[in-house]
Design a protein around this ligand. Structure first.
Ligand code: NAP
Ligand code: MG
Length: 497
């Protein structure tokens, strides 16, 4: 049977459900493109793949089935030194290259990513666990879009601040997390290169694969050796990268805890720093909102990429008068989310990125039930191998619950209610973070008012999780400082001479 609507297991049965019962299911639709993954990857330093001086390699596994997919070189301090030397050497000529020439390289990289998009999407999904439809339709195209956008800036830097001469900072050290591996890399590298900096970047330990595959693209684009260098490893390698004296700036995306460590580490140095950290966004639904559309937006806000999203709408604030109806609709909706094999084109929610992350989610969810919040989980069946977690919502959540305060970084939604706009704002802002927020209402004036009152870097209205390379992204409070994307993001990689 061909793909069709699945059964809705909650609420009253649909017509196909009444006729076909559980037979009305999707056939498997696996993505079959070859991800062209090598058995082993070396470090990418000075335009070449080089064996690590540490002599060590670590395994990268597919979290969907726990199988090893490749071995990755582990960088020690000496490898970090070598990467910085290559970047410093390359800076001399790269920073002097006319902007239009730098732009040509960025365009070339963008086009090569597009050429190999399907292969990269499969590799990203196998390495990190996200659904193929997300890596195919979001991660990889958006990564290319960032290179295209910044290619456009490279020869127009004099317009970024009219009348000022903007120059690059030097060698930039960059550290990224595992939730959007290639996309976070593009957010970091594209503006740095457009401005004339060179880069040493460390991808996250569990998701280094697409960075190293991008190394192949950089070779094909004939990017001058040393302009971009990739070193791999865990936190220790990241700490060595951050501490290196050659770095003129550190750009970090990751957890608030590690962000704080880095800030302490850099105190007293003249290194520039930008931090893109965690979040606990409120998605606020007023009673005049288009309810079904808002349900879709809330689902997208928290279950996109298994909730491994810094700006995820992980706290739903719903107006009391529609709360019961809204929660009922939400339950019915999450019951039909398809959870499982990330390589299946019909999968909505894939694998949790690692066992560690799964443990963290379980621990926080247990704290929610122990604290008296009421849990509802999707009725889906989970695969027996790999790391998975059922889409979960909590009602009866209070502001003091850990699940209302801490970032869970998983497919778990905490629901609170409010009566007035003032109460919604108070609750939404009652967090240590300030990365994003969502507002659902029919009134334009209310949207404008809310976007002023909410202390969040991004406020989406009647939509959620919308991104564009020209739109700056970044946080307030413990979500960090600095912006990525747009003119503001570009300016974080340059200074006025
Ligand atoms: P993490 O533990 O902070 O790790 C982020 C990166 O830092 C990884 O590459 C990690 O290496 C490395 N690292 C760990 N300890 C380090 C140290 N002492 N010095 C330097 N680098 C170090 O965060 P994560 O768990 O990977 O990612 C999830 C977090 O990222 C969430 O809090 C999320 O909100 C945040 N995030 C924020 C944004 C944003 O734009 N604001 C975007 C995406 C994610 P290993 O992976 O090898 O440990
Ligand atoms: Mg992996």
């Amino acid at each position: 049977m061909t793909s069709t609507r699945p059964v809705s297991r909650g609420g009253s049965p649909s017509v196909p459900e009444l006729i076909f019962g559980d037979l009305w299911q999707y056939d498997p639709a696996p993505e079959t493109a070859d991800p062209r993954i090598k058995l082993r990857y070396d470090l990418f330093i000075g335009g070449k793949f080089v064996a690590p001086k540490s002599g060590k390699y670590f395994s990268s596994i597919n979290p969907a089935n726990e199988q090893i997919i490749t071995e990755i070189a582990l960088a020690n301090k000496n490898d970090v030194d070598a990467a910085y030397s290559a970047a410093a050497k390359a800076f001399t000529s790269w920073s002097k290259l006319p902007g239009r020439e730098r732009g040509k390289y960025l365009y070339r990289i963008a086009r090569l990513i597009q050429d190999r998009a399907r292969e990269f999407a499969v590799a990203e999904t196998m390495d990190g666990g996200k659904p193929i439809k997300e890596s195919r339709d979001f991660d990889i195209p958006m990564a290319a879009a960032h290179f295209f956008y910044h290619a456009g800036w490279a020869d127009k830097l004099e317009y970024a601040v009219p009348g000022a001469n903007i120059i690059p900072l030097g060698v930039v050290g960059q550290v990224i997390p595992w939730n959007f591996p290639l996309l976070m890399l593009a957010w970091k590298i594209a503006p740095a290169l457009a401005m004339g900096n060179t880069v040493v970047l460390k991808p996250a330990e569990t998701t280094s694969l697409t960075a190293l595959k991008l190394g192949e693209i950089l070779q094909e684009a004939e990017l001058p050796p040393g302009v971009v260098n990739f070193i791999c490893g865990a936190g220790e390698t990241g700490a060595a990268l951050v501490a290196h004296p050659t770095a003129a700036k550190i750009a970090f995306t990751g957890s608030t805890d590690v962000g704080k460590i880095i800030m302490r580490q850099l105190a007293g140095t003249d290194k520039k720093l930008t931090l893109e950290l965690g979040g606990k966004a409120a998605n606020i639904v007023f009673d005049d909102s288009p309810v079904d559309q808002a349900v879709e937006g809330v689902v997208n806000g928290i279950f996109f990429n298994q909730g491994h999203v810094c700006c995820a709408g992980s706290r739903l604030l719903v107006q009391e008068s529609i709360a019961e109806l809204f929660v009922e609709k939400l339950k019915r909706r999450i019951d039909v989310l398809r959870v499982g094999n990330p390589l299946d084109k019909n999968t909505d929610v894939g694998a949790i990125n690692s066992r560690d992350q799964l443990d963290k989610i379980c621990e926080l969810v247990d704290s929610g039930t122990a604290g008296g919040a009421e849990m509802y989980q999707s009725k889906c069946d989970l695969p027996t191998t790999g790391f998975y977690f059922k889409p979960t919502i909590f009602t009866g959540v209070t502001q003091s619950h850990r699940i209302a305060k801490e970032e869970i970084f998983g497919p778990v939604l905490s629901i609170l209610t409010f009566r007035t706009l003032e109460e919604a704002v108070e609750k939404a802002n009652n967090t240590a973070f300030g990365l994003s927020a969502g507002v659902w209402t029919d009134k334009g004036s209310r949207i404008l008012k809310m976007s002023t009152l909410l202390k969040a870097g991004v406020v989406w209205a009647n939509t959620f999780n919308k991104f564009d390379p020209s739109s700056p992204f970044g946080g307030y409070k413990e979500s960090g400082f600095g912006r990525e994307g747009g003119r503001q993001g570009l300016m974080d990689y340059g200074k006025i001479a």
